[in-house]
Write a protein that binds this ligand. Structure first.
Ligand code: SAH
Length: 485
């Protein structure tokens, strides 16, 4: 039987049809369209039909297509690699599909995904470059819409660029034997003005630019590090720039917090290194120190080897991310770097919990702070934080929640100041817990809040109750008290 669409995903292929026999059953307009595409791919086309429309007959007369006259006969399939059933008679199409299946010949039945063992995708062609789009037969309109979108986006310069690079393929391969070096070269081609020159019809100048890039040895293997903010977890919150560099990376050094959703956007054959955890260290602070030293060493090692290193961090790299320290190390070693900002936890958690961080009636300023559990003398300025009409976004505060609440109250903040805890902000597992400042510690305990979670303190936190839109509604204070009782 033919393959059933919908259940199993299709496997995409591009076929080399040059000189290979393809049978087209049917001699009308649809057949003609298919024949034209098959001839473009160099296929050796045999058309089987009782009658042919003129346009097809012309191809037969010109010797470009072979014609077998009559009604479908399985012998027509002899020598065929592929068959296209393009008649308007469903029973003939089915007979062709069944006969092909019996002989293990791939069959495409025009406009019938169910009968087809192979489907012809919607496609966008730019010279040697082809984009094939399939919806598995389930939503052809969607595939067509996507094709139109791409048609509009990919101007003809893509064709010229693909042609130019095809022409220089051997030279490029010989010049850069190493895959990494070759990739770096292609990135420079893409980043150069070659595309613009081609778009302007200046093919000769474009070719000269390519030659110049080929001749340039000085910068060809210059490694660099790109510090990238991965945002809070939802890959939709990555910037376009972040996506672009993820697709260019040779090596990605990522924090443990960066989720699979984001990591799946990394170039397939890039090396992924989780630098977030370091096993075997005697204690937590040693582990931290070792981890950071290892990150510095890895960045330097890979960048010096000429690779494009992406240092991927949760949220924004410059907000409690030690991005500054890492850049200082790179700068002192003369390594090139770039920074791509990300959506920091305070912004993401606030947005996804429906808590405006500033509000004309409730808060005129936002303080982004951290408060570790440890009494290490690195105390924040509690007096400055314990003021009304401002919002505190507290990072890494779960373990220290009771202490934070006690300090703020001791410095004068009202016990009834609203608070919200946003756990796993922006992720499918997001939980929001709301209450008042005096209950901050018990809210964490009662709901067994886990890291990563952000504490928000200030009048605006109360708005989560009415403005929440993502995930489950906030767990109310009553619930917390009941559960605690
Ligand atoms: N550079 C990161 C912060 C790293 S510090 C940023 O800009 O967001 C780690 C702390 O960030 C966590 O302890 C937690 O307080 C907060 N955090 C990070 N991701 C979070 C998320 N998805 N939900 C809630 N808090 C998060």
């Amino acid at each position: 039987m033919s393959a059933t669409p919908g259940s199993t995903p299709l496997f995409p292929l591009f076929l080399h049809l040059r000189g290979r026999r393809v049978l087209v059953v049917g001699g009308g307009l649809v057949a003609r369209r298919k024949i034209a595409a098959l001839l473009d791919a160099g296929a050796n086309v045999r058309v089987g039909a009782p009658e042919l429309i003129d346009a097809v007959q012309t191809l037969v007369d010109a010797g470009r297509v072979e014609h077998v006259r009559g009604t479908f006969d399985t012998a027509w399939l002899d020598d065929a690699w592929l068959v296209v059933a393009a008649t308007d008679d469903a029973s003939v199409n089915r007979a062709v599909a069944d006969a092909a299946e019996a002989r293990r010949i791939w069959a495409n039945v025009v406009d019938d995904a169910e009968l087809s063992s192979v489907q012809v995708p919607a496609r966008v062609e730019r010279g040697p470059l082809q984009v094939a789009i399939s919806s598995g037969g389930g939503a052809p309109m969607l595939a067509r819409h996507l094709r139109e979108t791409l048609e509009a986006q990919l101007d003809e310069s893509w064709s010229s660029l693909a042609t130019l690079l095809t022409r220089y393929r051997r030279v490029i391969r010989a010049r850069f034997a190493d895959v990494g070096a070759r990739r770096a070269f292609f990135e420079r081609v893409i980043a150069s003005d070659i595309g613009d020159l081609l778009r302007a019809g200046r093919d000769r100048d474009a070719r000269d630019r390519l030659r110049a890039l080929l001749a340039d040895t000085a910068t060809q293997r210059r490694g660099r590090v790109i510090l990238v903010g991965a945002g809070p977890g939802d890959a939709g919150l990555l910037t376009l720039r972040a996506l672009r560099v993820l697709s260019q990376a040779d090596v990605v050094l990522h924090d443990h917090l960066v989720g699979d959703d984001v990591l799946s956007r990394v170039r397939r054959d890039a090396e992924l290194i989780d630098v977030g955890k370091h096993a075997g260290a005697a204690n937590a602070s040693m582990a931290h120190h070792d981890t950071q030293a290892r990150i510095h060493a890895l960045m330097l090692e890979h960048a010096k080897a000429g690779r494009t290193v992406v240092r991927l961090k949760g949220g924004d790299p410059f907000v409690f991310g030690r991005g500054g320290e890492e850049l200082e190390v790179l700068a002192s070693h003369g390594i090139d770097f770039e920074v791509v900002p990300g959506i920091t936890a305070a912004l993401a958690c606030a947005a996804y919990a429906g808590i405006p961080l500033t509000h004309r009636e409730h808060a005129q300023s936002l303080h982004v702070v951290t408060a570790h559990a440890k009494d290490d003398g690195n105390e924040p300025d509690w007096a400055a934080l314990a003021k009304p009409r401002q919002t505190l976004a507290i990072y890494m505060g779960v373990a220290a929640a009771s202490r934070i609440s006690a300090r703020l109250i001791a410095h004068g903040l009202t016990v009834s100041t609203p608070v919200a805890i946003v756990e796993n902000g922006s992720r499918p597992t997001q939980r929001v817990v709301t209450g008042t400042l005096d209950s901050l510690g018990s809210l964490v305990d009662t709901h067994a809040v886990q890291s990563p979670a952000l504490l928000i303190v200030g009048e605006v936190a109360a708005l989560a109750t009415t403005l929440h839109w993502f995930g489950a509604p906030p767990l109310p204070r009553e619930h917390a008290l009941q559960a605690a009782a």
